[in-house]
Design a protein around this ligand. Structure first.
Ligand code: CP
Length: 330
């Protein structure tokens, strides 16, 4: 693996290697080995043109726990506001010696452009581009699902290292969601059955080509499919106003039809988990009762993001042929 630009870059074996490596990373953290020496002398640049809390901080934490030097770049307050281009920004950071560039950008395709432009020699990791892809979010979601639902601690009829046989419902603003696109691809690669649930106005054109069912009826999906994991998506109002289309259905109609509230929560299967990539619109796509319930693994998703991003940086920069994480403390 030279770059990680899309969930499609990962076949089943590669995805499982990332999840297994993340498990090893998490084990070192549980043993209070806070820092591994693996990436000492390497530089990771976090290049964020769009706002982020979880992804930016967890990539920074991951790189530091692997002993890499970290340069954090945020477009706000930089020369981007004076009109500097992605090319000139990337070349400036390359001059400082980037071994990996973690990029979030509002334009779909920006990480791909960076990876194949020659503007950087580093490995490029997509930390979210437009409505296109967010592969490390999909990996941390798969990792979280596997931890809860697969193996000894999970459902009795599901075993192994992939997600074969699990049912996942992805609910909400699919149209604007890079999380949905990445998750559909990765969950399918790992063998899960995915159903997308959304109002017709928030379903993308061409969705019939995706490896997922589509429904407009959340209550029917919860009752008929009894999903093992329900992944709620953030309603991305900032992307709707750009299109001039407003928000339809209205927030009240949306909550009634597609929000996860206490009533729907109580109808889930006993083992089912509730997920959300964050940030949440509480009271819109998810009620406080659902977000704070014992079934919700939303905070754990954030914690798992550090282990997964450690695994990705490790595999890109230390060589993915390495199968066992060296755990000597730094
Ligand atoms: N899930 C996610 O990408 O969150 P941030 O926008 O806070 O990074």
């Amino acid at each position: 693996m030279r770059h990680l630009l899309s969930a499609q870059d990962l076949d089943r074996d590669a995805a499982i290697r990332v999840l297994d490596t993340a498990g090893q990373m998490a084990a070192t953290q549980a043993r209070e080995i806070k820092k591994l020496p693996t990436l000492r002398g390497r530089t990771v640049v976090n290049l964020f043109f769009e706002d982020s809390t979880r992804t930016r901080i967890s990539f920074e934490t991951a790189a530091k726990r692997l002993s890499a030097d970290v340069i954090n770049f945020s477009a706000k307050g930089s020369s981007v506001s004076k009109g500097e281009s992605l090319k000139d920004t990337a070349q400036t950071l390359q001059a400082m010696g980037a071994d990996a560039v973690v990029i979030r950008h509002q334009a779909s395709g920006a990480p791909h452009r960076l990876a194949h432009s020659g503007w950087t020699n580093g490995a490029v990791v997509n930390a979210g581009d437009g409505t296109h892809q967010h592969p490390t979010q999909a990996l941390l979601d798969a990792y979280t699902i596997r931890r809860h639902l697969v193996g000894d601690s999970g459902r009795a009829d599901v075993s192994g290292r992939d997600l074969q046989g699990l049912r996942v419902a992805i609910v909400g603003d699919v149209l604007h969601s890079r999380v949905a696109r990445s998750n559909v691809q990765l969950l399918h690669t790992l063998g899960a059955d995915v159903t997308l649930v959304a109002p017709p106005t928030l379903v993308p054109v061409g969705v019939e080509a995706w490896p997922a069912r589509v429904s407009y009826d959340l209550d029917a999906v919860l009752a008929d499919e009894q999903p093992d994991a329900v992944m709620m998506l953030r309603v991305q109002r900032e992307r709707m106003s750009n299109a001039g289309g407003g928000f339809f259905p209205s927030p009240v109609e949306y909550s009634r039809g597609y929000g996860l509230d206490g009533r729907r929560l109580r109808n889930l299967a006993e083992h089912a988990i509730v997920m959300h990539p964050g940030p949440m619109n509480r009271g819109l796509e998810i009620s406080a009762e659902a977000a704070d319930s014992p079934r919700a693994v939303i905070v754990e998703q954030v914690a798992n993001g550090v282990a997964v991003r450690m695994a990705v940086l490790y595999m890109l920069l230390a060589g993915e042929q390495t199968t066992n994480v060296k755990v000597d403390a730094a």
